[in-house]
Design a protein around this ligand. Structure first.
Ligand code: AMP
Ligand code: MG
Length: 478
């Protein structure tokens, strides 16, 4: 029996921000993959989730007792252009549960059918993009990066039409919440200030409870969201992650990475790396992410000015601006800390970090492998790194400076992953999955779920795509 103790605070408290809605009934819901560990953390019985009732819920086809499925409304800037109404066009919030630690978690579906927010889309998802979100989300989680996580992938028994026919699929994912910058923009654009305040108070209670009831809580909340976002971006940059579609509707107030669409990990280090087919201007290029995160946070700031200074929102402008200036400094500090750990030095400065990264860029050297080879250098063997950097003449002087500061050599391998979801391996795993062979997907998932520990027999998952594999292009179309 599937019994879930739902506690649906969003449905209860945020009138006007959703439409109650049901998923599409699908012909043949079937489980492809279940995250048993996560199910246990949520206090859900994996056996019950595997039962016909459980699979029907995870595929969006039938809801259990206590669920209050709804499509969330939100607005958002997409590539800089504002849409006052986006919303869950292919997704549903099934409900919220408290996990074993008592923390509130959303259970959310992607691909569960059309909603009033579908804007001409079919509301569906294909198996490839669903498994991609599983792989990348689990990798991010294992890398210690805040992220939504996949609970299950199911198939629906339908065909979904994209460039090529796809196996119809639904992703069930779990998040601290799905509140986004775009959620705040939704009420702000409608000048519904009372509801905006209600949303802010709800969000503060849910994610920043230490601020409940304090004076100046909206400004403090803004600082707190900025802090989490800057920490998140420093983590992304530290593992070579490119989100690809950092629109304000994909910027989570909880500080989690959300919406794995056209994302990718870099092989060769290059701040200009762009993978998404629609990011023709390079707005969301690897090296632009800190700037674009601040741009998104400026949009959040605009909405909060009406709460910080209700009489005259413009009065709040200097405070919002100085919060954004502090964000830049905060990011630089967090980046230094992240790269300091990766380099094994506690006394770190930008010259040391950029000296190394610039050599990687100049040599088109693989980012992830470079830090493992630096770990070997820390243990006395420079040869692999020298070869990796094609004997870059700057390396010898750099190594000397670095070595003089190296004080955490033994910790480097615990922060520099061996296994990331390399683009060519992800594509290989997804292609096999489309033909019914899940083995490469499961093998890659197992490697990226334990990314710091070298394993026999997984050598093929360590390196970048072979030369000639070509430029990698990603698509939004889940
Ligand atoms: P995303 O790229 O996931 O951030 O989605 C941006 C917006 O497009 C959201 O409002 C989605 O719900 C909507 N959307 C994306 N794909 C579809 C689809 N196949 N059907 C309906 N809406 C979609
Ligand atoms: Mg989105």
């Amino acid at each position: 029996m599937l019994t879930i103790a739902f506690d649906n605070s969003y449905a209860r408290d945020l009138e006007g921000l959703y439409l109650p809605w049901q998923g599409a009934v699908v012909p043949d819901p079937a489980m492809v993959w279940l995250n048993e560990g996560l199910a246990e953390e949520l206090g859900l019985d994996p056996e019950a989730l595997r039962s016909p009732e459980g699979v029907a819920m995870l595929a969006g086809s039938a809801m259990p007792e206590g669920a209050a499925p709804l499509a969330m409304a939100y607005a958002g800037h997409q590539f800089g252009g504002f849409s006052p109404q986006l919303g869950d066009g292919r997704a549903l919030l099934v409900g919220e549960v408290l996990n074993r630690q008592g923390q509130r978690r959303d259970i959310h579906l992607k691909g569960s059918g059309k909603t009033p927010f579908s804007r001409g889309g079919d509301g569906k998802a294909g198996l490839g993009p669903v498994l991609r979100e599983v792989l990348i989300g689990e990798a991010m989680h294992a890398l210690g990066i805040p992220t939504t996580r996949a609970l299950a992938a199911t198939t629906t028994g339908e065909t979904v039409w994209r460039e090529k026919p796809q196996i119809g699929s639904v992703l069930a994912r779990v998040a601290d919440s799905h509140l986004r910058v775009g959620t705040f923009q939704f009420f702000y654009a409608r000048q519904e200030t009372a509801r905006l305040r209600q949303l802010a108070d709800y969000t503060i209670a849910r994610h920043y409870p230490e601020l409940v009831g304090t004076d100046d809580r909206y400004l403090a909340f803004y600082h707190a969201v900025i802090a989490r976002q800057m920490a998140l971006i420093a983590q992304w940059v530290g593992v070579g992650f490119v989100h690809g579609v950092m629109n304000t509707d994909n910027c989570a107030i909880s500080g989690e990475t959300i919406d794995y669409g056209p994302c990718a990990f870099i092989d060769a280090h290059d701040p200009a790396s762009v993978f998404s087919s629609i990011d023709t201007q390079g707005r969301y290029a690897f090296g632009n992410q800190p700037v674009l995160a601040r741009w998104n946070l400026a949009r959040l700031g605009e909405t909060l000015m009406t709460l910080i200074a209700p009489e005259d929102p413009q009065q709040a402008l200097p405070e919002v601006q100085s919060a954004l200036e502090a964000a830049e400094i905060r990011y630089d500090t967090l980046r230094r800390k992240k790269f300091g750990a990766k380099l094994g030095v506690s006394e770190v400065d930008d010259a040391l970090i950029d000296g190394f990264l610039n050599m990687l860029t100049a040599q088109s050297a693989d980012f992830t492998l470079a830090f493992r080879k630096l770990g070997q250098a820390a243990r006395g063997d420079d040869a692999p790194l020298i070869a990796h950097l094609n004997d870059d003449p700057r390396l010898f002087a750099w190594l000397e400076t670095w070595r003089a500061r190296l004080d955490a050599a033994d910790k480097m391998d615990a922060v520099n992953p061996i296994y990331i979801p390399r683009n060519h391996r992800v594509e290989e795993a997804l292609s096999a999955a489309q033909t019914g062979d899940l083995a490469p997907f499961l093998r890659l998932l197992s490697a990226v779920s334990d990314p710091f520990t070298k394993r026999e027999g997984f050598e093929d998952l360590e390196g970048p795509a072979p030369a000639g594999w070509g430029d990698y292009v990603t698509y939004c179309g889940t």
